[in-house]
Design a protein around this ligand. Structure first.
Ligand SMILES: Nc1ncnc2c1ncn2[C@@H]1O[C@H](COP(=O)(O)OP(=O)(O)O)[C@@H](O)[C@H]1O
Ligand SMILES: [Mg+2]
Length: 223
């Protein structure tokens, strides 16, 4: 078998799970982590907006409604930079399989919906290593809405309430998520997402992801 050629200069493997809020990313990340650990791979997981330096600042700013579109973009980019430097790259250098819950595609979708120029956003993340595999959990808005209402509830920013599409919570969620999905749709081809129907069962989705990752690992990319 031909050895898999990494998309970046590091030893490890960079795997991303993307998708809108409630699409099943955390669920799949957990299943994937367990699967890889059971096969003795070193795994490092990192989630969007969890940097020790910046995450609290973003939460505080959101709580007090202090963010505008530009500070929103820049603070998230700073959070990303901190995690990249302190978690992601060190783990890649050490040969880990790095599993990421969201990557800069999230910023591209959300920031553009908030009115930023796409090239400006791309420049903010230009230095980031290209992932070896990007899974995208594709979910129609109506299914998403039902799932979100039944579980986590409507988040202010995930409903784009800061952008002011509508004063109605549900309407705002629908418009905002639709706009985000449009951006993700555009990125599918450009970035070679492995798009998976997010309405499938947890197990079905896991099997598909497992198959893709197995193909790479079996080629002996990580010893
Ligand atoms: N394939 C699936 N089918 C039905 N429900 C799911 C599926 N995947 C996840 N869920 C449920 O949907 C909710 C959101 O899933 P979660 O993994 O937290 O999404 P995300 O991390 O993308 O926001 C959770 O309650 C989870 O148990
Ligand atoms: Mg999650």
């Amino acid at each position: 078998m031909e050895k898999f050629k990494r998309k970046h200069k590091y030893e490890g493997l960079l795997v991303v799970i993307e998708g809108t809020d409630g699409s099943g990313k955390s669920t799949q990340l957990e299943l994937m982590k367990k699967y890889l650990q059971a096969h003795s791979y070193g795994v490092m997981v990192s989630e969007w907006k969890t940097s020790r330096l910046i995450a609290n600042v973003i939460d505080d700013a959101k709580e007090r409604n202090l963010l505008n579109a530009t500070t929103y973009s820049l603070l998230y980019a700073a959070d990303f930079a901190d995690r990249l430097e302190n978690q992601i790259i060190p783990a890649l250098k050490s040969g880990f399989v790095v599993l990421l819950d969201r990557y800069y595609y999230t910023a591209l979708a959300r920031d553009v919906v908030r009115g930023q120029d796409i090239e400006w956003v791309k420049n903010l993340y230009e230095y980031a290593p290209e992932p070896d595999l990007v899974f995208y959990l594709d979910m129609p808005v109506d299914v998403l809405l039902k799932r979100i209402i039944g579980t986590t509830g409507l988040d202010f920013y995930e409903s784009g309430r800061d952008v002011g599409f509508s004063t109605d919570f549900y309407k705002s969620f629908e418009i905002y998520q639709k706009k985000c999905l449009e951006q993700y749709d555009k990125m599918k081809e450009e970035y070679g997402f492995k798009s998976i129907d997010g309405t499938k069962s947890r197990e079905e989705i896991h099997k598909i992801m497992q198959g893709e990752i197995q193909k790479i690992l079996q080629s002996g990319v990580i010893d």
